[in-house]
Write a protein that binds this ligand. Structure first.
Ligand code: NAI
Ligand code: MG
Length: 499
């Protein structure tokens, strides 16, 4: 059958003309709700100040390649100022506040985030390229949920650590990536504040705007000045934060390469560290899995947020007996993915976050083709401007190929097969990473057995990319150490004395 195009009309002598192909009409969310300033300073001590560095750079909309604002590149002197403000707030107010008072501020922040959810969702999609459907339904509600969750812990810390007396650590330097800008901010700030610490946080260089808007939430919540300081800049600013002697704890989410560098810098300093790094997760489909649901899980696992997800299900392991059927269904489903304008409510896959990331994805995909894997990309019309990559699946992949070994951090799936559960385990664990995994099967006993043997911090069963503030998240091996979320997430932000 030939492909039907929009506007095709079937004409039959005995019937009225009838459209035979139905396309979505564009449904763009309005940008008017966000007010982006022409330029931003650094949020230090409760107000925006001019950067001492005098340097600024342009942050853009990756879907349009258009400038959005000028933001500051914080220098060593700026970092010093922010750390001193955080120290002053720690000593002066925050560590002395009654825990229930700390909770009050966190509840306020959570509520204000909910009230301003639409504004945050639009801004997040404009600056990061992710579909509004995701920023609206996932990023922003989850960010608010994290503040609510940790607000609840603030006055119950002694119950979190029975027979121990928890005490805050001091000033936390927090460095976050560009794939979930607001959500990672919430993961970092909420537990730190609940436990009585103050923070200096740096968003990633490509996605600073939601963190800068968050400063306005802090103003509305009347958070005491200096408790949260937000500074912008690239890796040089991050390195200054790590090296600053006045910092007691570092929380980092980003590449394994930078995580290792941070660990080297901190060796012997006594500063505390948690690292949440890359991944190359196996999404494992057994022959008794409900196949249609599993295909949805595969799609969600790798094409959610353009695959810019540390826990993405980027290696699909399919049991050999259902291989053909799974791949056929998967390709059919891929043909229905809508790639394009992140602000369009119908969009499934948005823009790639940066030119740099697009180049990295393209070069890894080329390596897959060169090494001999079979590539499939559905027909797809991409916008002319902006950074885009067509959802891609590779079959005929050997475990040694770079596309099976390295984190691509894009909408690219590599398919491998297995015959027995043991073989699935062996292949799934054959990676330097260990952040997450997915298991699809009807058998509860098999889920438990697999979860025991998979070296991954999170194992999802018959679902994927499901997050909850009450559930700890973190990795093994080169995926890092420490947990975020849940009671475990508090541990990184307290010193424990004997009761
Ligand atoms: P990156 O690790 O360089 O950046 C993450 C954050 O660290 C940013 O805020 C950045 O400014 C900061 N940073 C960079 N160099 C630093 C340094 N020397 N000291 C302290 N902070 C520093 O990640 P990048 O370059 O944006 O992405 C490269 C690759 O890393 C991606 O293709 C992806 O594979 C992986 N990645 C993994 C993430 C995850 O969630 N696990 C998040 C972002 C990237
Ligand atoms: Mg980098």
């Amino acid at each position: 059958m030939t492909e039907r195009k929009q506007g095709d009309v079937a004409r039959r002598a005995d019937k009225a003309p009838m459209a035979t192909a139905w396309d979505y009409a564009p449904a763009p969310e309005s940008r008017d709700i966000v007010r982006i300033q022409e330029r931003y300073g650094l949020f230090i001590g409760g107000k925006f100040v001019e950067p001492l560095s005098g340097e600024r750079y342009t942050t853009i909309d990756p879907a349009r390649e258009e400038p959005l604002s000028e933001v500051a590149q914080a220098s060593k002197a700026d970092v010093d100022r922010a750390v001193k403000a955080a120290r002053g707030a720690f000593d002066g107010t925050w560590s002395k506040l009654r825990p229930s008072e700390r909770a009050k501020y966190l509840f306020r922040i959570a509520r204000i985030l909910q009230e301003r959810a639409r504004e945050f969702a639009v801004l997040e999609s404009m600056n990061g390229g992710k579909p509004i459907r995701e920023s609206r339904d996932v990023d922003v509600p989850l960010a608010a949920a994290h503040f609510f969750y940790y607000a609840g812990w603030a006055d119950k810390l002694e119950y979190a650590f029975p027979n121990r007396r928890p005490r805050p650590i001091g000033v936390a330097a927090q460095i976050i990536p560009w794939n979930f800008p607001l959500l990672m901010l919430a993961w970092k700030i909420a537990p730190a504040l609940a436990a009585g610490n103050t923070v200096v946080l740096k968003p990633a260089e490509t996605t600073p705007l939601s963190a800068l808007l968050f400063c306005d939430v802090l103003r509305q919540a009347e958070l005491p000045p200096g408790v949260v300081n937000i500074i912008t800049g690239d890796g040089r600013t991050g390195a200054e934060m790590v090296a600053h002697p006045g910092v007691d704890k570092i929380a980092f989410t980003g590449s394994t390469e930078v995580g290792k560098a941070i660990q080297r810098t901190l060796a012997g300093t006594g500063k505390r560290l948690t690292l949440e790094l890359g991944g190359k997760a196996a999404n494992i489909i057994f022959d008794d899995a409900p196949l249609d649901q599993a295909v949805e899980g595969i799609i969600n696992g790798i094409y959610f947020n353009q695959g810019h997800v540390c826990c993405a299900g980027s290696r699909l392991l399919v049991q050999e007996s259902i291989y053909e059927a799974t791949i056929a269904k998967l390709k059919r489903r891929m043909r229905t993915l809508r790639v394009g304008d992140p602000l369009d409510k119908n969009t499934d896959v948005g823009a790639i976050n940066s030119k740099q990331q697009l180049d990295k994805i393209a070069s890894l995909v080329q390596s897959g083709v060169d090494e001999g894997a079979e590539i499939y990309q559905p027909p797809c019309k991409l916008p002319e401007r902006g950074y885009w990559f067509v959802p891609t699946v590779f079959t005929n992949v050997a475990q040694s190929y770079r596309i099976a070994q390295e984190e691509i951090f894009g909408p690219v799936l590599s398919v491998l097969t297995f015959r027995t559960p043991d073989e699935a385990i062996e292949k799934a664990n054959n990676t330097p990473y260990g952040l997450s995994a997915g298991v699809w099967t009807e058998k509860g006993s098999r889920i438990l057995a697999m979860a025991q043997k998979l070296r991954a911090g999170v194992v999802w069963a018959n679902t994927y990319n499901r997050f909850d503030p009450a559930s700890p998240f973190g990795g093994y091996k080169e995926s890092g150490f420490g947990r975020e979320g849940g009671r475990h997430g508090l541990e990184a932000y307290v010193a424990l004395d004997d009761a």
